[in-house]
Write a protein that binds this ligand. Structure first.
Ligand code: HEM
Length: 385
């Protein structure tokens, strides 16, 4: 029986993508689990992004090639329903293998720490133009969840795809599997994988310094100054039953770069809401519960600047998006910032309305027990990274 085969190019692209896919996903899972200070994390991130972009390019090539050379017709004897489902599964694969790398690209374009993507340390890939949108943090979270979910979903489809192929090969015995094998095609795929691995070794074999850990990597494009709770403070004052009380966050980090060119400047902060401390255990437990910070569902609050303007000596007006309890609001922070060589100091104070972020639900919506306005201020002692 004569077999209608795919072209060598289509076969090479198929096996190149298929054989890179699972190792790439496993690499993603491993690197996501590593500590941010582990230099291996940075290398794996760069490798993962590089191979992910390669898959995206291979998918584009596959699509273009499919338009140029249509796939060979399926065997005449194959039932219509089987042809229909095979077509649907293939279309779904195309869709997923585009959305997966694209969602990864969205992650790196909206991450609070800006790590440039340079494919195999050779070709720089710009971020998607998502920096100016207010909901950056929400988009990051959604893209991240989607990215991970789609990987597992695609694995499920791959298993289905493999099972269907084996069924055709060994039960139906219609030689369908042979359509996607040719010596030249498989050798082409292996050569492409060998080149991918050789290029990947540029990243894995490169010299790593302490500073190549993730939080520090921003300096590749912008030097920045960094602070965390150990030598800085982030405090707030509220009113409970008419009496003022103060609190602070015991865990947070901030990255600031104020350049002469303010369009290159940024202020970013990440706060662990679970670290709130008002010196009163009962009140702290209440603040952490679902009606208040809801730390189970929203363990992180984030601030990301979108625009910085100079308003006086060492004074800046920092406009940005504050993400708290799942809600994004634009706030304008008057910030004092003074740089002195490798260190910098920054202070700011702002009054927020807790209702803007849905903080205080149920009976707490009323201002009778706890006031709506909360004064927040910080002092950051930053060091150059
Ligand atoms: C078909 C291609 C891809 C697959 C199968 C894939 C798969 C994965 C998986 C399974 C994870 C782990 C998710 C987690 O546990 O949190 C991950 C993480 C990640 N991926 Fe991909 N990925 C692909 C392409 C890309 C591309 C093209 C980029 C960027 C240009 C990218 C960027 C990232 C980043 C930044 C993370 C880490 C997120 C974090 O901080 O935890 N990925 N990827």
């Amino acid at each position: 029986m004569s077999i209608n085969k795919y072209t060598h190019t289509a076969i090479a692209l198929h096996w190149w993508i298929a054989l890179l896919f699972i190792p790439l996903g496993v690499m993603g899972l491993i690197m996501a689990g590593l500590s941010p200070n582990d230099p291996l994390k940075f290398k794996l991130y760069q490798l993962h992004k590089s191979i992910g972009i390669v898959i995206l390019c291979a998918m584009i090539s596959r699509l273009v090639w499919r338009v140029i050379k249509a796939p060979p017709p399926l065997p005449i004897g194959q039932p219509q329903w089987s042809k229909r489902w095979s077509g649907r599964l293939h279309r779904l694969f195309y869709l997923l293998l585009f959305i997966l790398p694209l969602s990864g690209w969205v992650i790196v374009s909206t991450a609070s720490i800006d790590v440039p993507t340079v494919v195999f340390n050779i070709v720089p890939v710009p971020h998607l133009p998502l920096q100016e949108i207010a909901d950056q943090v929400v988009i990051y979270d959604r893209a991240h969840s989607l990215h991970k979910f789609l990987f597992f979903f695609t694995i499920g489809l791959v298993l289905l795809h493999v099972a269907a192929s084996l069924w055709h090969q060994f039960i139906v015995k219609d030689q369908l599997l042979k359509r996607i094998f040719s010596l030249a095609g498989v050798l082409g795929a292996l050569l492409a994988i060998a080149i991918t691995i050789a290029l990947g070794s540029r990243i894995m074999g490169g010299v790593t310094t302490e500073r190549e850990s993730l939080p520090a990597i921003r300096q590749i494009t912008h030097p920045h100054w960094y602070a965390e709770a150990s030598n800085s403070s982030l405090q707030f004052r509220g009113i409970q039953e008419g009496e003022p009380f103060t609190g602070h966050f015991a865990s947070f980090s901030a990255h600031i770069a104020i350049e002469d060119d303010l369009s290159q400047s940024f202020v970013r902060a990440t706060i662990n809401t679970d670290s709130v401390n008002t010196g009163d255990t009962e009140r702290d437990e209440t603040i952490k519960n679902a009606d208040w910070f809801d730390v189970q569902r929203h363990p992180i609050a984030r601030f990301q600047s979108t625009k910085i303007t100079a308003v006086g000596d060492d004074m800046y007006q920092v406009t940005g998006s504050l993400h708290l309890r799942g809600i994004n609001r634009t706030i304008v922070l008057p910030m004092h910032y003074i740089k002195n060589g490798d260190t910098a100091r920054s202070q700011a104070q702002i009054t927020l309305n807790r209702h803007d972020f849905g903080v205080g639900q149920g009976v707490w919506v009323s201002d009778e027990w706890v006031g709506a306005e909360v004064e927040v201020w910080f002092t950051l002692n930053l060091t150059r990274r």
